[in-house]
Each structure stands twice: as C-alpha cells, then as structure tokens.
Design a protein around this ligand. Structure first.
Ligand code: ZN
Length: 432
C-alpha cells in the first residue's frame, strides 16, 4: 500500500522541517557549484547560506525553459560529469533541447519515487508490469522501468510500437499492470477489439497512465474497456521525469512527493500565489537532486491543489490533473512539441518564411500531427517531383528534430486562410 510509509505519511510539521533542511542544502549546492544560480541568487539579494524558513521560497528567482536552453548542454549541472551516471534529454534542435543528468544517488531516489507511485496505484512485487512508453532518451520508459524493478515487480520492457505483439504478450505473459500514455491504452483497446479479444481475456488489473493530458471521460472509457483501475501520474524531465506526483487507488487527485519537491501554484500574470484551491501555474523546486537541481521551475502546466486529507493515510498534498498549459506546447504521443520548433525548422529548410499551419488530430485514439505549408514563390517549382522531394525533406527534418511522426503537406497559396481565417498557427482538433 505504501512504499516508504515513514515519508508518505509523515506529520506535516516534520515534513516542513525536512523540506527546509533539504531546501537549504539545495540552495547551498546551487550557490556554490552553479555560476548561473550564484548570479541569479545574488541579483535577487538572497543569501543562500542564511535561509531559515520555507517562506524564503517566495523570494527565490524563477527558472524557465529558456534558462535551461541557454545553458545547453551541461551549464546547470551541479556536479562534475564523472559523478553523472545517466543523461536524458527532451526533443528539439540544439538551441531548444534540455539536457538533464542524474547521479547514482539520484537514480536511486528516482526509482523509489516511481515505486511509490506504482505502489499507490495498486502495483506490488507480485505484479507483471508491461511498460509501453518509448524507451530511450526520454525519461518515461526508463524512469518507470527502474521504479517497477525497485518495487520488485516483473517488468516487461515492451516499449511502444507493434501493437498486436503488445497485446499477445499482455495476454500470454499474464500482464497485470499496464504503464503507458492514456491514448496508447485506448489504442490497445481498439486493437484488441480488432483481434476479437476483450478485457476479460486478459489478466490486467491496473493501468498507470501519464505523460499527456487526459480527462475523466477517458478514464471511464479505459477502465471499462480494459477492466482496470486507471490512475493518473505526473512528472517532467526538467524536474526529474515520472515520479513527481501520482494518484492512489482512490483516484481523487495526485499526491505530490513533497519530501522531494516543493510545489507552488502561481497566478500566471502576477506570479503570486493563487487563492487556496485556485488554478494556476505549477512551479516546482527540487529538494534532493544532486546533478540537476532546479529552483522554482516554471512548468507552464496549469493545475490546482486539492483541499483536505486523503483517506488513504498519505499526508502529501494532492494536485488536480493537469488542466492545460500557459504556453502553446502540444503533447503528441507523450512527446512535447513546441510550435516554435516547427517554425524554426521550416525557416531553416525553406530559407525564409512560408505560411504554415500545425494541425493536431486524434484518429482511432492515435494523435496525428500534420504541418501544412503553403507553396509560395520561395517554394514554387513546376516539377511536381521537386515539390515532393521538398515535402519529404521538411518531414525528415521535423521528425528528426521533434522525435515524433509528422506529416507534411504542401498546399496552394491562400489555402491556409480558408482553414482558419483568424490566422491561428495551431489547430488542435483533439477533444481531451
Ligand atoms: Zn490517497
């Protein structure tokens, strides 16, 4: 039921004392080892060696995605590379990639935090856990994998791709817990139907879903079609990866692992705390990270904190599911995509600006991303073959840069105005 009960059910007073000590250690680490933060703390007139209360958090400088990009690749690491045992990264071109590092200790903490989430969501050492996240440089696959192993479960690192094989393995290996994005779970349910299988022919009991926004309606559909209890969890690479927060079996909000993360919900305009229970931007400070600590990282994810204590016994505050974004980031099959990345690649390849639209759809529970590019004089060629080659080149470049499948369509001039007269660059047709 609990993985680390002493922490998960800690009295609030003790928790706050622990948070303060860990915040002091984190600030000292950053102030002494990371020039960027030393400068920022000085500019904010914060004496990082004299923090005596958690209230000091409000005076600390923020960290943004741009700060991470600006220090690419290792500028924000607080330990020498010889102490780093794992490196992960987010997608993007050189100027827009975030690189994150983990010490041995950080991998152990990360595994424990993911084990907490899995344990809270019903998984035990008896379970067979199938992980259908992409393995590789993204934090999802390996993060969940290490956590499930730490818990002692039998882990099947199936990764994404080849849906029918995933289902055969799920049936034959008697998988009891499925870990993936919620849209992937629905895709599996569709494929099962095609194969003439239904949920009762599987051994599945639990679904642990994250890495993209979803709704209560999706939860109901997944639960019914796969015959499982479906829980939500949250994390992001910039802060650690999966393991920041997760729902217990009561499915009433995500318990934040507050002994490792300080969470604030701030008004996006004023950056002041919202009223209790209000919706705002989730801002996270790490408390135990060694190689890549961040203070007041602006996630741009919108959420709210839930009032009251959960009957499960955990004392950690709960947050709502992610309710939206304060920027224009899109999540496609668990991969974060920024329209600016697409625009930058287009300008690069085309050699100038060409009108475009980014269209996101969900067909048969699969997210698709189409980029329509208008053929202006810049791109015009009377040879159709040349045009195809150009579309292919744009597509290859975008797939490489973003790490997600993209379709590129060249369209005639003035077509885009008809699609959306207001000139919106991104058209997201998914109903989440
Ligand atoms: Zn609970």
């Amino acid at each position: 039921m609990y993985w680390q009960q002493a922490f998960e059910c800690m009295p609030r007073e003790d928790l706050e004392q622990l948070q303060l000590e860990r915040l002091q250690a984190t600030l000292y680490r950053l102030g002494t080892h990371v020039p960027f933060y030393r400068r920022r703390l000085r500019e904010a007139k914060v004496d990082y060696e004299a923090i005596t209360s958690l209230d000091a958090l409000r005076r600390l400088p923020f960290t943004t995605k741009e700060d991470l990009h600006g220090n690419y690749p290792y500028g924000l690491f607080a330990v020498p590379l010889r102490d780093v045992v794992r490196i992960h990264s987010t997608s993007g071109t050189a100027g827009m990639t975030t690189v994150v590092g983990y010490t041995k200790n950080a991998i152990k903490n990360w595994s424990d935090l993911v084990a907490r989430i899995l344990c809270g969501a019903g998984v035990t050492a008896e379970d067979v856990v199938q992980i259908a996240y992409d393995y590789g440089i993204f934090t999802g696959g390996l993060g969940l994998h290490y956590g499930a192993e730490r818990l002692g479960a039998s882990v099947i690192p199936i990764s994404s791709g080849n849906i029918k094989r995933q289902i055969r393995i799920m049936r034959d290996f008697k998988t009891t817990a499925l870990v993936c994005t919620p849209s992937h779970a629905l895709k599996l349910a569709d494929a099962m139907m095609d194969m003439g299988l239904n949920g009762s022919e599987l051994s599945l009991k639990y679904g642990i879903f994250g890495a993209e926004p979803w709704s209560e309606a999706m939860r109901r559909e997944i639960s019914e079609r796969l015959g499982i209890i479906a829980t939500d969890n949250y994390g992001l690479s910039e802060v650690m990866g999966p393991g920041v927060a997760g729902e217990c079996l009561l499915c009433n909000g995500l318990h934040i692992n507050e002994d490792h993360f300080l969470v604030e919900i701030l008004d996006t305009a004023t950056l002041e705390p919202v009223a209790a229970g209000g919706i705002g931007e989730l801002v996270i400070t790490t408390l135990t990270k060694e190689a890549f600590p961040v203070i007041r990282y602006r996630t741009r994810d919108l959420a709210r904190l839930l009032p009251g204590i959960c009957p499960c016994g955990r004392t950690f505050t709960r947050m709502s599911r992610i309710l939206g974004r304060s920027d224009d980031m899109l999540t496609i099959k668990g991969v974060n995509v920024f329209p600016a990345q697409i625009e930058a690649a287009l300008i690069d390849i085309v050699g100038g600006e060409s009108p475009y639209r980014i269209i996101v759809d969900r067909e048969k529970n699969e997210d698709t991303l189409t980029v329509m590019v208008e053929v202006t004089e810049l791109l015009f060629s009377d040879q159709i073959r040349k045009q195809w080659a150009l579309a292919d080149a744009i597509q290859d470049r975008l797939v490489t840069d973003l790490g997600v499948q993209i379709h590129v369509k060249l369209v005639e001039e003035k077509t885009l105005e008809r699609i959306d007269s207001k000139g919106k660059k991104v058209i997201d047709n998914r109903r989440l």
